[in-house]
Design a protein. Sequence first.
Length: 520
Amino acid sequence: MEQKQIDEIEGSYKGEEFIDEEDLLNHGIELDEVKIEPAKAKRGRPKKSSKTVDMKAEEPKEEMTDNFDEVKVVPITEEPKPDPAKEPTPGPAYNPWDDEEEKTSSGSSTWKAISGILVILLIISIFTQGFNFADGAGVTGAATAELSLSEAEEQALTYVNTNLLQPPFTAELESSEDVGSMYKITLSVAGQEIDSYLTKDGELFFPQGFDTSESLDDLTAPTTETTRLDVSTDDDAVKGNPDATVTIVEFSEFQCPFCAKFFQETYPLIIKNYVDTGKVNYVFRDFPLDFHQNAQKAAEAAECAGEQDKYYEMHDYLFTNQDYLEVENLKGYAKDLGLDTTEFNDCLDSGEMEDEVKADLAEGKTYGVSGTPAFFINGKMISGAQPYSVFTTEIEAALAEDNSESVVEGNLEEAQEEVTEELEEPEVVIPSGKTQEFTVNAKRWLFSPNEFTVNKGDTVKLTITASDLAFTFAVPDLGVSEEVSGTTIVEFTASQAGSFEFKCASCEAWRGMTGTLVVE
């Protein structure tokens, strides 16, 4: 083969990745006669031949040299395969209900409890915005025909427990009835009853219904009652100074999660700052709810411990171990507390305290208690596991009221001792010029509490906490008007006696967001 032909062949393969050996042989050229360096980065099919030499697949048999009489084969270097061990592993999908690792058991439990409470509040807050089951929101196969009452019960329970509540909270069926175009289904969630409604075709669900015959004021009752009741302490165990002028009576039960929340967060502060200082005494009365199967026996266990003067020791033990309230656990707690276990077990097994517990429950209902926990501070009711600030306000008000009465009585006695021959009437002086502080929660659309009593001349200092609400707070007759957003302090002087309305001046009148300031 002449050198000119070899040069032509080499030129035709310059930059190619494949060498067609058959093509070379057809020209009478051996593979080792040509000097060809294929392009390293080029990709493509072999040139017009059924038999090719893949330069990438062939391992070089000899080292590269500067001898151009040899074919220079340069294999394409493959990109390194990723090492699975070094690759980042994607984490699990974020779930807002999971704990962030496991911080602490108490922190995790409190977080879950607060979240569960917020979800329950969601049910109450969405009152008349019906859920459309036809959109498939949590219900498979929306109904098109009329449901039976039992089918409606099951559908409502399934929807609430699947979509609106998170463990440990569950809704239970209390009652149901056909009310015409809808089914009324009464559910119980953590001791609170909710009247919900489901259309008969099963497509719309209303978690809360309003009775249109009631006024807005009736529907938005505050969490603290303004009337005072004569609440008996019965013969239940008293914690603190029996002669204290302020008494707190709690109607509660040991299996209720909200009662445990109060016990963990607020109760210790009340005991430390008011009971242990002798200002307040505390009475716990039983109100076991039917759907808490261990509540009745747990209440009896506390009463049985009280027979051995360890009522509040057992009270604390039961709340601390709320998840374990079976009878065998209760007997174990008696042993831990050093009680006479034979006497305790006989008391518990015989049901000796059953009637005592049920009597507390019945009496609590006569005071208007319908759920737990419920409190009476010198007869004034506070419903629910309210924060410590709410209790502080009411306790201080009760203490101040008692002090005012004492001062008035003292002044009367002094005046009577100084009666002159002219029989002048003694002047009763009501202290004034004090600063009276109150905490007010402003929600859509109510104030809680919504009534305050002060003396003429007092400086009134209101700490108003607005929940997702910005508005104008006003006491028109006293010339008070101030913008409120978040936590705002409103301060003014009660310059004249009488009853004065305070309100949200920037809200529609029909919302009824009002309260009363009494100046004596």
